[in-house]
Design a binder for this molecule. Structure first.
Ligand code: PEP
Length: 246
């Protein structure tokens, strides 16, 4: 599973260029879930162009709100389904830190999505928490939002250490593998239906380091920010992942 998070980036011109380079570079394989979460405003435009190019890329969103109605600027799960989006990211550290999103609201968002579309729940520790060797406690706390829930088999986690996002720094592949195993165990033991989720790694993944992460048993893919903004570099990462999947 390789997912692009474009954050607040992009334009109609960028999308046209992106698709051309992606198409020129990517060797598609049916079994890999490839997704893009563009800004809401570009969902329909991007979906139309992806269909016109005949590409197998799922479109999703970077966040949702908990309900529809009198909630200015919000987007609801029903709208996302209406626009045929297939997944949503929830709990990205930028939502938590810039927009003060709490575990309570993340939990409500998970309930509102249910199994209507696939969910990617982002969790990750800060630099200080990492330095204090508090990573697993922090992740366990963030994962308390799923306690007792029945989650769908399309539920995934993205482990994104905050200190690795956009910095060029990453944990070692071995450390990531260990954390992913921990996450799978916590999710399995805390959900009502004992699911073992796919766990993606996110944080400064690029075409030079992707292979070292994908080699690890518990790395089921990646959530990619900066390197997803160019069609070529994103396609290179998809190709590397496909190499693992063969
Ligand atoms: C992200 O913010 O989800 C992310 C993974 O960003 P980057 O790849 O730029 O570190």
């Amino acid at each position: 599973m390789i997912v692009a998070n474009w954050k607040c980036n992009g334009s109609r011109e960028m999308i046209q260029d992106w698709l051309k380079h992606y198409k020129d570079t990517c060797t598609p394989l049916d079994k890999t879930f490839v997704g893009i979460a563009p800004p809401f405003l570009y969902v329909e435009h991007l979906t139309n162009l992806i269909n016109a190019h005949g590409l197998d890329i799922k479109i999703g969103v970077q966040d949702i709100d908990i309900s529809s109605g009198a909630r200015t600027s919000a987007i609801s799960i029903d709208m996302i389904q209406d626009m045929e989006c297939q997944f949503t990211i929830i709990g990205h550290s930028e939502r938590r830190n810039i927009f003060n999103e709490s575990d309570k609201s993340i939990s409500a968002k998970l309930d509102s999505v249910g199994s209507k579309v696939a969910t990617i729940l982002c969790i990750g520790e800060s630099a200080e928490e990492n330095k204090n060797k508090n990573t697993k406690n922090v992740l366990k706390q963030q994962l308390s939002v799923i306690k007792g829930k029945i989650l769908s088999s399309s539920f995934s986690i993205a482990y994104e250490p905050i200190w690795a996002i956009g910095t060029g720094n990453t944990p070692t592949p071995d450390e990531i593998n260990d954390i992913h195993k921990f996450i799978k165990d916590v999710v399995q033991s805390s959900t009502e239906n004992s699911i073992v989720p796919n766990v993606l790694y996110g944080g400064s993944v690029n075409d030079a380091n992707a292979e070292s992460f994908f080699k690890e048993d518990n790395v089921d893919g990646a959530l990619i920010g900066g390197a997803s903004l160019q069609g070529k570099s994103f396609a290179d990462i998809v190709n590397i992942f496909n190499g693992k999947a063969i």
